[in-house]
Each structure stands twice: as structure tokens, then as C-alpha cells.
Design a binder for this molecule. Sequence first.
Ligand code: FRU
Length: 490
Amino acid sequence: MKKYEKVTKADYERWYRENEEYRRRVSQDGCRLSYHLMPETGWLNDPNGLCQFHGIYHIYFQYTPFEPSGQIKLWGHYTTEDFIHYTDCGPVLFPDQDFDAHGVYSGSAFIEDDVIHYFYTGNVKYFDRNDYDYIMTGRGSNTVHCTSRDGVHFSTKELLMTNADYPADISAHVRDPKIIKKDGIYYMALGARDVHDKGMVLLYRSEDLKHWNSYSRITTGESFGYMWECPDLFYLDGRLCLICCPQGVEPDGMDYWDAQQCTVMMLEYDFTPGQCSPDAIKDIRVVDRGFDFYAPQTFLDERGRRILIAWMGTAGTDYTNPTAAAGWQHALTLPRVLHVKNGRLIQQPVEELKNLRKNSSTCSLPCESGCRSGIIYEAELVFSRCETMCAQLRNSVLLSYEAGLLTLDMGSAGSGRKRRYLKLNGLHSLRIFSDTTSLEIFVNGGEETFTTRVYDGVLPEGEIQLTINGICEGTLTLHELNGVSWMQDH
Ligand code: FRU
């Protein structure tokens, strides 16, 4: 498969038949994750089109089955009813049209009247001149719509908007549509970069999901990054939240240490006509403190839960994933239920994940001699008192708390990832999910999280010694975890 050439479903099916050996090689890699979603082969990035329809959760994602560096973007497709048993349905959207020839980029799902509507960005690079910078010129960012009545079979793609439909002061970078409905009107949030390198969300308005008019924009007064990717606008617990990914924000104290950021903004905005004033943005916070968290998307499930899944990876880093040598790269985070409490975003893993537990044991803290555990575990720490604490989570990975500072130190297991810090007014609880090559840490009931890949060379069947030292009291409950199960349906 060649970059910058269309890929059809037939091309993919032929390639799939010819690459059984590649699949076998990846399936035997010791770094494979056991209860996180990873690509069967190749590369995965943003979750796309997240929704639950007739009981089935549909998790689409940016996908390149062909090789592990992510050159050609399709939409892969996994389904589950319980976040434990998964089906790999195979890719559903291919870059096979003039308007999406160089990537079926990120997008979202919106369900109405028993139909799933998908909106995504068709990426096109022009090669008719040699002076394009592909930022201000030379790139088509097309907004595309298609529908499905089952999440598997898709209607014909329909081109809704091209660069000519975006405001004149906007660059060629406009992407990642997400829909919110308010008072019977649909609004589309699009991530954008203007010609002065200021990041923002463009808001479009529609009464029928087909005809869209430029309506407003959401941005800060001073520039906060040059491009905002993957905007997601939703109401939660009485607040209007905007999660988006500003690129180009410099580190500031403990914040913004990722190459590209993921932030949550609380908005006071009621969609009245006219510009959304920068003052409508009441608060901006980092969503996750780890090294591998980007481009999250949320959706409302049929039980009314606002669930977030993110790409457990990010672009533009100087750290690496050794899995690329084995033919695959990246994964998705665990699904997390969101809430807003005291104006802050709270993230907690979906309760279904408790069904992965086996072999549970409890001990009191501190736990200096350590608990032996398989590498695939969930640890719950509840402190009745914590002045200092140092937990060895994996070979050479330490999480320590002292003088109000929580530090994640990757030791020699980070493949270039080093340390991350967080100021805390007290440590009350930790919930830690360790998979073969990942860690997700929920701090103080999910008020803060750290998500990272980890490469300490322990294989799935290996064991580690989990130790917790310090001036602290409380309990540690350790659950070894099963992996999720997979069916192949393509
Ligand atoms: C974010 C992103 C999106 C884009 C997609 C392409 O990671 O850059 O803005 O649609 O990835 O794969």
C-alpha cells in the first residue's frame, strides 16, 4: 500500500489475505496488551465515532493495519457489549474518494431516529505545486457525512464542507467534527488553526444535519496553542465542558509537559448568536498527567453515562515505543466514566472492568515486604493517613508522595519517558491499572490521572514485587486481572 494513493476495501482485503505471517508475528509479541485495545497489526491513534447503539458499543479508531508508523488512515472498528468481550469487525471507512484520498481522519458519531450519523475529516494533500506548506496552503480538510443503521454497513459518503466553507482567516487545518444538540439545533465543533497560528474551535449550526452554516468560534483571548485538535463539547453535571487538544502550548510549572496537550475547559456559553467571548472560558486544566494520553472522545451511553476513551499515545514525542520493531504501535485507554465535581473533571474506569478481577488479596499499609503479583493487575490503595509514600509499581517504576508532590518516575522503563509531577492537597486514594506495557493511575477518586506506556521487560506471565513504603496507614487491595477476549468478524 502506498502513501498518498487511495486504498479501497478490496485493496485491504487482498493485503489481509497476503499478510497472515505479519499477523502471526504481532500476535506473538510479548509486549501485547491484555485488556487494552491495540491494533491487530500496524498503527492505531484517535478513538473515533464512539457510541452505543442497540446495546452494542462501537469503538472506531484511526488505523493503519499495513505498518507501525501510521502513514495511511482508515477507521478500524471494534465492538463490545460489556467492555470484556470484544469483536474485531475490521476496517469500515477507507480513503477511497477524491475528498478523503489521503486519510479518513478523525470524526464522531451522532445517533438520531435509529440512525448513526458519522462526521469525519477527509484529508487531501495537493501535489500540483512545489511551494505548498500544507498548513496555510496545499491541504484540503473536507467535512464528510455518512450513516449506518447497524454500525457495520455504511451509506455512501457525502461531502458536506470544503475549505471554501470555512472562514477566510482560517488556515487549511480544520478537522475532527463533533456534534452537540441544543434546543433542537445541531452544532458542529471543528478544531482549527487560524492564519495567525491561533488555535480555536469553529462552531457550525444546522437544522437538519446536512446544511451547515458558520455560527461562532470558541477561543481564548491570548493565543493558547496554534491548533486545537479533536474538540468535544458536551454538557455534564450541569456544566458545559470543552475537551480539546491544543498543540504548541509551552510547559508551565507542573502543567503542559506533553508534546501536545489535552485540556478540559469549563464554559459559560449558551449558544446565543454572536461570538463566544473569551471570558466564557472559565477554567483550563490538563486532563491527564502521564506521557501517553491524547485525542480523547466522549459519548453518552444508553445508561446515561458520559464515557471517555483516549488514544494511549501521542505524536511529536522524543520517547518511543519498542513495539514498533514488532510491527505494531499504540493502544486506547480504558473506558472512563466522567463527572464534574466542584468544577473539576473526575475520571473513573467503567465498573464493568471489575469483571476482569481474579485472585484478590488485601494487606495493610505500609507494605514494605511487598506483595507478589502478576504484571497484569489492579491495585486499590485507600489511605486513612498519608504523610509520605513510595510505591514500586513495576520493575523500576516508582510513584512517590512527599511534601504535597506526587511524582511518577519511570526509572529505566520509560523508553525515553522520565518523570511527571503533580501538586496535591493530600493523597487519599490510588487506583492503579497495570497491563503488560501500560499503567493508568487514578488519583483521589479520579480527580487526577496518569496514563503511560511502560517497557520494563516483564512479559505477561512474569511476576513483580509491589512494595509500598512511607509514613502512611490504610489498605492495599490487589487484584490480578484477566485479559479481555476477542472474536474476529472479518
Ligand atoms: C489527532 C489527529 C487528528 C486527526 C488525526 C489523524 O491525533 O492529528 O487531529 O484527525 O489525528 O490521524
